[in-house]
Design a binder for this molecule. Structure first.
Ligand code: M6R
Length: 609
C-alpha cells in the first residue's frame, strides 16, 4: 500500500529518493519521509501531506549518499508526523521503511516496553525498528539483525533498513510484500515497485518471498531467513522510461482512459488465431489436455477486478457453456473454500499485489487447486504464485481509479472464454464472428472516446447530484457496478450499479424527478427487458442517459440522452459500454474540484487484508 525506496551510491541520496517517491506517490499519499546517513549520523525529515510538502519544507534536502524513503497510506496509527516512516530504534541508530503489517505487534511491543524500550509512534514499524536496533546493538551484523527481527515477526514486510554505523549499505527484505533491487553503475536502489527505478536503470533483481538482500553501491548478496545464500538473476526492466510520464494530459486518469484503444490492441496482439476462429493464450496452452477436464471456472478479484471477473464468468458460462461464477477474493480467502481438481480458478488483479487476492490464491493452491493469473504487472506476486496465466499488457496504470486495466482484463477473459468455447462446442464460424468483433475493438473504443463532450456536459449538469443509479442486464450488470464504483471513488457521490431487474425490489424507491440514471442498453438478448426498466424509470421522472445503438429509436424515445454505441458482437459490449461511464466520472470529479488521481482515503494497491 505504501511506497518504499532506498539508495546507496555516489549521488545525493535525497535527490534519488525524492524522485523515486514522486513516482511511487500513487501507492499512498498521506505522509512521506526520508532518512539519510551523513558523517556517521542518521538524519531524518518527515511530513504529513504529499511529497511536495516534504520537498518544500526541507529546502536544502539532507546530505549523504545512502538513505531510505517512504510514502504512506496509514494502517497502524493516524496520519501524524510521529507515525510517518522512516522509523528509528530508540537509540536512533537504525532507520526502517516498511510496507506491510506486523500482526503480533501488541505482544512484541509489550515485551519491548517491559524491557525498557520507549516508543514515539503508534506504528507497528517502530517495533520492527526497535528489534533490529537491539540486534545490531548486541553485535549482530545488519543482515543478521534483520533476519533475527523478521524471525520474530508475524505478518508481511517489504522493508529497507539503514544503520548509521554502516553508511555504505542497505538491507532489504521481502516477506509477502514486493521488493526489487535496481542495479546501476556504482550505485544501487531498492524499491517496492520497479516503476520507481526505471528512469535510473534498466536492470533489476526481483527478490523472492522470504529473501533478504544486503546491497552496497557495487554489490548485492541475498540470503533466506535461514541465512542460506541464494543466487539471483539480473533482469531487464521492460517498461519504457517515459511510460509513467503525464505528457500533455492534466491527469493520469484521463491519459489512461485515452490509452485504451492501444491497450486493447496490445492485449490481443499475437493471441488471435484467425484461421481457426479461436484465441491462444500462451499460458493456457501450456496446460494442454488438463483443460479438457475443467468442469467449472471460478474467477476472483477485488473492486474493479471483481467486476471484470464477473464479466469473465458471464462470458465463460454463456459462450463456452462451462459453469462459471465470480467471487470477491476477500470472501473466498476466508471461507475455507471447497476446492476440487476439475475447477479452474482465475485470479484477476491489476497490480498482482492485492493482499486478499493473494490470500485466496494461496488458500486454493494449498488445497491443490489449479490457479491461473490475469495481471498487468510483470513479475508481480500474482504472476509468480499462480500455476500459469496471462499478462494483460495495459501498460502502467498510475491513477488510483482503474480504467484501462478493466478493459484489458475484460479482454483477457474474452480470449479465455473464446478459447474454452472453441475447445468445447462453439463452431469455427461463431468463433470467427467473435474474433472479428475483437479485432474491431481498438477502433470502436476510439469511437466511444469521441463521446467525451457529451459525457462532460452530463457531468456539468448532474455532477453534484445526491445519488446516481447505473443499470444494466446480463453481461452489463458488472459494468453498471463499475460505473458506480468510479463515481464513488473519485467524486464521493453515492451511487449504485445493479441489474435493471433488481430496481423494483427496493432501489426504485430512491428515484425522484430529475435524478440521474445511466442505463446500458446494447442490442443483445437483454434489450427487451431493459426497455421495460427504462419505462419504469421514466414513469418516476428519472433523467436517463442511455448507452445504446445510435439508431435504436425505441430507446431514444424513452430516455433523455443517448450516448451512441457502434454495432458490435454482444460478447464485447462491456469494453464499449464502460467508456462513457469512465468519462462521466472523470468530468464529474473535475467539475467538483477533487484530486482525481489521488482520491481521499485510498491508494492504488491494497496490500493489507
Ligand atoms: O490491483 P487490483 O486490481 O487487485 O486492485 C483491486 C482493487 O483495489 C482496485 O480495482 C480498486 O477497486 C480500484 N481503485 C477501482 O478503481
Amino acid at each position: 500500500m505504501c511506497g518504499i525506496i532506498g539508495y546507496v551510491g555516489k549521488r545525493s541520496a535525497w535527490e534519488m529518493i525524492l524522485g523515486g517517491l514522486k513516482r511511487l506517490e500513487y501507492r499512498g499519499y498521506d505522509s512521506a519521509g526520508i532518512a539519510t546517513i551523513s558523517d556517521g549520523q542518521l538524519l531524518l525529515s518527515r511530513r504529513v501531506g504529499p511529497i511536495r510538502t516534504l520537498e518544500e519544507e526541507t529546502p536544502d534536502g539532507l546530505p549523504g549518499n545512502a538513505g531510505i524513503g517512504h510514502t504512506r497510506w496509514a494502517t497502524h496509527g493516524t496520519v501524524t508526523e510521529a507515525n510517518c516512516h522512516p522509523h528509528r530504534d530508540s537509540k536512533n541508530r537504525v532507520a526502517v521503511v516498511h510496507n506491510g503489517i506486523v500482526d503480533n505487534v501488541e505482544e512484541l511491543r509489550a515485551e519491548l516496553v517491559a524491557g525498557g524500550s520507549q516508543f514515539r509512534s503508534e506504528t507497528d514499524t517502530e517495533v520492527l525498528a526497535e528489534l533490529v536496533g537491539q540486534a545490531v546493538a548486541s553485535g549482530k551484523s545488519l543482515p543478521d539483525a534483520v533476519v533475527a527481527a523478521l524471525n520474530r515477526v508475524e505478518g508481511t514486510a517489504g522493508i529497507v533498513v539503514i544503520d548509521q554505523a554502516r553508511p555504505d549499505r542497505l538491507v532489504a527484505a521481502r516477506i509477502g510484500s514486493p521488493v526489487v533491487l535496481g542495479i546501476g553503475d556504482g550505485e544501487t536502489w531498492v524499491a517496492s515497485d520497479q516503476l520507481a527505478l526505471r528512469p535510473y536503470t534498466d536492470r533489476m533483481v526481483v527478490l523472492d518471498d522470504g529473501e533478504i538482500a544486503e546491497v552496497t553501491a557495487h554489490t548485492f548478496k541475498t540470503v533466506d531467513l535461514d541465512k542460506q545464500a541464494h543466487s539471483k538473476r539480473v533482469e531487464e526492466i521492460l517498461t519504457p522510461p517515459d511510460a509513467t510520464e503525464l505528457g500533455d494530459y492534466p491527469h493520469y486518469m484521463l491519459k489512461e482512459i485515452h490509452e485504451q484503444p492501444d491497450a486493447v490492441d496490445r492485449s490481443m496482439r499475437g493471441r488471435l488465431n484467425a484461421a481457426m476462429g479461436s484465441a491462444h493464450l500462451g499460458g493456457l496452452q501450456s496446460q494442454g489436455a488438463r483443460l479438457f477436464d475443467v468442469q467449472r471456472v471460478v474467477f476472483f478479484g477485488c473492486g474493479t477486478s471483481l467486476y471484470s471477473a464477473e464479466v469473465g464468468a458471464y462470458l465463460m458460462s454463456s459462450y463456452a457453456r462451462v459453469p462459471a461464477h465470480a467471487q470477491d477474493a476477500a470472501e473466498l480467502a476466508v471461507q475455507n473454500p471447497i476446492v476440487d481438481s476439475r475447477t479452474l480458478y482465475v485470479a484477476i488483479s491489476q497490480s498482482g499485489e492485492t493482499a486478499d487476492v493473494l490470500a485466496a490464491l494461496h488458500e486454493i493452491r494449498v488445497k491443490g487447486g489449479l490457479v491461473a493469473g490475469v495481471t498487468n504487472v510483470v513479475g508481480s506476486s500474482l504472476a509468480r504464485d499462480t500455476d500459469f496465466g496471462t499478462y494483460v499488457h495495459a501498460g502502467p496504470e498510475i491513477s488510483v481509479c482503474s480504467t484501462k486495466a478493466f478493459t484489458a482484463q475484460v479482454l483477457a477473459t474474452e480470449l479465455l472464454a473464446l478459447q474454452f468455447a472453441r475447445m468445447r462446442d462453439m463452431s469455427a464460424t461463431d468463433g470467427r464472428a467473435w474474433l472479428r468483433a475483437l479485432e474491431q475493438l481498438p477502433e470502436q473504443v476510439a469511437f466511444m472516446l469521441e463521446q467525451a463532450p457529451a459525457c462532460r456536459s452530463l457531468a456539468q449538469r448532474f455532477g453534484g447530484s445526491k445519488y446516481t443509479m447505473f443499470v444494466g442486464r446480463g453481461v452489463n450488470v458488472p459494468v453498471a457496478q463499475e460505473g458506480a464504483l468510479k463515481l464513488k471513488e473519485i467524486c464521493y457521490v453515492p451511487a449504485e450499479g445493479m441489474s435493471g431487474a433488481a430496481m423494483k425490489h427496493g432501489p426504485l424507491a430512491l428515484i425522484e424527478p430529475g435524478l440521474p440514471v445511466w442505463a446500458l442498453v446494447p442490442p443483445d438478448e437483454t434489450r427487451e427487458r431493459m426497455l421495460g426498466n427504462l419505462r419504469e424509470l421514466k414513469a418516476r421522472g428519472a433523467h436517463i442517459s442511455a448507452v445504446a445503438i445510435a439508431d435504436d429509436k425505441e430507446v431514444a424515445g424513452l430516455v433523455d440522452q443517448v450516448i451512441p454505441l457502434p454495432r458490435h458482437h454482444p460478447a464485447v459490449s462491456p469494453i464499449l459500454t464502460v467508456i462513457p461511464l469512465q468519462l462521466y466520472a472523470y468530468y464529474t470529479a473535475l467539475k467538483l474540484g477533487y484530486d482525481i488521481d489521488k482520491p481521499r482515503n485510498l491508494a492504488k494497491s491494497v496490500t493489507v487484508m
